[in-house]
Write a protein that binds this ligand. Sequence first.
Ligand code: NAG
Ligand code: NAG
Length: 333
Amino acid sequence: MLLLPFQLLAVLFPGGDSEDAFQGPTSFHVNQISSFANSTWARNQGSGWLDDLQIHGWDSDSGTAIFLKPWSKGNSSDEEIAEVVEIFRVYFFGFTQEVERRASEFQLEYPLEIQVIAGCELRAGGSIGSFLRGAIGGLDFLSFGKDTCVPSPEGGSRAQHVCALIMQYQAVIDTVNMLLFDNFPRYLLGVLDAGKAELQRQVKPEAWLSRGPSPGPGRLLLVCHVSGFYPKPVRVRWMRGEQEQPGTQHSDLLPNADWTWYLRATLDVAAGEAAGLSCRVTHSSLEGRDIILLWGHPISIGLIFLAIIVPSLIVLLCLALWYIRRRSYQDIP
Ligand SMILES: *[C@@H]1O[C@H](CO)[C@@H](O)[C@H](O)[C@H]1NC(C)=O
Ligand SMILES: *[C@@H]1O[C@H](CO)[C@@H](O)[C@H](O)[C@H]1NC(C)=O
């Protein structure tokens, strides 16, 4: 029985223990954002994620889960899904009530924002680790381990009181244990397998160059845009020949709506030094054939030569011919 997860991992990671071969997400978590405007107004938002890809929503009016992908249920049976959805429905209802009822006891002040993140992740060596963390107003408040509630230092005595209170409810502890250490890990393996075709797909980036706002007199901001790639890991560098330019700045990785990513790499250079620089993009979908875009291609110098020098030479030649012919007419006695 204990070996089972490892066998499943071998299926998920063909190629044995080389984890580099696996592209795509390795964790599942559910996210709760609860906003309390005052003692009578509260709203809960729920969602489910594989790393930073959203696969579940939550309709808090009807208390139902929204499956955003055809494979979002993983391989779980409808009964198991219904059971977990019911746990969340009861939880959101009870949570809102408890917070409103105990706000003054715990000196919570409105408006109040509470976030909870709970899930599990594949770890090196094939084990699965689970986590649950709660925050109030953006500050860590508490976390859960097996059978324990751990108050965060930032949470102060309030967090200690809340943990002490939760620990009195064995049914709550049992439910948290079941979700974190049984349902979620099984679901993670099932959903990574069910969504494999999409989660492990390879989409090639497109790349283009532009000029950013000038950083100062005589300087240029070279911008290399890389968009539409999947999975997320990517390497974008400004180079001179084979030499990586150390001043390269990267934007955050921004999501496109179609589950692909966008990244920008900029380089601030003296205007005279831009020619000959190139942007180099390395991504698993390119299979070793990096995209290389040249800034101010040397070919344009050739074009300038052709466009200016050649017509000038032709004009000069014509003038010379005309002059010679005039001279020779005048020379005729
Ligand atoms: C509570 O907050 C909601 C939303 O901001 C607001 O519409 C409502 O009037 C407030 N109620 C009270 C009693 O302050
Ligand atoms: C779903 O897959 C997981 C792991 O891949 C496995 O442990 C579980 O038994 C499967 N469940 C069903 C209903 O097939």
